[in-house]
Design a binder for this molecule. Structure first.
Ligand code: PLP
Length: 417
């Protein structure tokens, strides 16, 4: 399986008969291939590490494929830290991205000796009281309306709730040196799902420049820069992909130009990719249970926006194919919808597809990141499980489907399961 590749109908039927539809299907070889390509692209930097953003695909069986390749994890909540801990990760294998963080989360992050990425200067005192200031700390930079590059639109960082101003970063470094911090990291995350090869190099030169400025002002050594997430995938078959090899080469050129001949060399480069690592590996497989023709032609699935909210939430495009019909002409136009009492519960609107029958299996592509993880339970709908397809052709249910018992677990009321 690869991007937009529809698995054989026989395989889909076999898994569907075994575990029931809908289900997420992840291809281990695609995840492993992304992890390998990323580490190759940055192999020029001996300290390079990817910290997979757990929120994208919070399943330890999936994350394990990447940690076997040396990746760490990027966590931002208590349960994400618990997941990392259960996987045996600690210390420099965990990045903890703070942002309006509760005290208990800082304390757990400190217990695991995670590298904390501090979102605000006011959190210095908060962290002192909740776990204490570590020797190594990362600071999150928000460049505001600073022109990053003349030809590159980076969204509007000044409207983002994340990170600190340049003046605050300098102030933080000075205070933290006094509090015993010995190693600093710098982090910035300015745009999401960006397939432009320029994005990482722009962030890198921004952070390299800031690191040099900090060194000149305070003598502090920035040990690593964290380019964070944001590299996108081609959801639409006609979109082009980010060329990860070229991204690595371009960051290297900036490193050699700005850092190599300074006392800051050797500096480590980190990434925290979520989407780029797992999006293309996953698909949501759902069965057609109804067809309805009124003012439009509807295909009714047994999956809902509770399983995959991106189209409903962001009008996001997810490519759709029909198992066993991938080569047929797309000569019908359908809305592909779920059963929620919400008119935005649509996986596709006016989509050209082959003729679809009740009983067909619909494959919704590029659903490996930020999809199952964003699921919810509106209308009492139960979220579907996850299946891992392995390189030897076998598969394993790595998360079961939810049951009414899960849905009612937080209620204590007679007569409920
Ligand atoms: C969400 C997030 C990521 C991953 O983002 P992608 O767009 O999935 O690459 C990385 N770092 C932080 C701090 C995040 O919040």
């Amino acid at each position: 399986m690869s991007q937009k590749h529809t698995p054989d109908l026989s395989l889909i039927k076999r898994i569907a008969d075994d575990v029931g539809t809908p289900f997420y299907l992840y291809d281990e070889s695609v995840i492993d291939d992304h992890a390998r390509r990323l580490s190759e692209a940055f192999s020029w930097n001996p300290g390079f590490r990817e910290y997979f953003a757990v929120k994208a695909t919070p399943n330890p069986y999936v994350i394990d494929i990447m940690t076997r390749r040396g990746c760490g994890v990027d966590c931002a909540s208590r349960t994400e830290l618990m997941l990392a801990k259960a996987m045996g990760l600690r210390g420099e294998r965990i990045m903890f991205s703070s942002n309006q963080t509760p005290g208990c989360e800082y304390r757990l992050a400190r217990e695991l000796d995670a590298t904390i990425n501090l979102d605000d200067i006011s959190h210095i005192d908060f962290l002192r009281e909740n776990g204490g200031i570590p020797k190594r700390l990362c600071l999150r930079y928000n460049p505001g309306s600073t022109q990053v590059a003349s030809n590159f639109v980076m969204g509007h960082p000044q409207d983002s709730k994340f990170g600190m101003t340049r003046a605050q970063i300098h102030e933080c470094v000075k205070r933290l040196i006094d509090l015993g911090v010995e190693k600093f990291g710098l982090h910035a995350f300015l745009i999401s799902n960006c397939v432009d090869t320029d994005y990482y190099p722009q962030i890198a030169s921004l952070l390299f420049g800031l690191a040099l400025e900090i060194y000149r002002e305070t003598g502090a050594i920035v040990d690593f820069i964290n380019l964070s997430g944001g590299i996108g995938v081609a959801y639409h078959p006609e979109e082009r992909e980010a060329d990860i090899g070229e991204v690595g080469r371009a960051v290297r050129r900036d490193y050699e130009r700005l850092i190599k001949d300074t006392p800051l060399h050797p500096m480590k480069v980190y990434t925290e990719l979520g989407r780029w690592m797992t999006a293309e590996s996953g698909m949501l497989v759902s069965k057609v249970i109804h067809k309805k023709d009124t003012y439009k032609n509807y295909i009714g699935l047994d999956a809902t926006a509770c399983d995959l909210i991106r189209p409903a939430m962001y009008s996001a495009y997810h490519h759709i194919t029909v198992a066993g019909k991938a080569d047929l002409p797309c000569d019908h136009i359908y809305d592909v919808v779920g059963s929620l009492c919400e008119n935005n519960d649509k996986f596709a609107v006016d989509r050209r597809l082959p003729n679809i029958d009740v009983g067909d299996y619909i494959v919704i592509h590029d659903a490996g990141a930020h999809c199952r993880a964003m699921g919810y339970n509106y209308n009492g709908k139960l979220r579907c499980g996850e299946v891992l397809f392995r390189p030897d052709g076998s598969y394993k249910l790595i998360r079961r489907h939810e049951t009414p018992r899960d849905y009612f677990a937080t209620l204590d009321y007679p007569g409920l399961v």
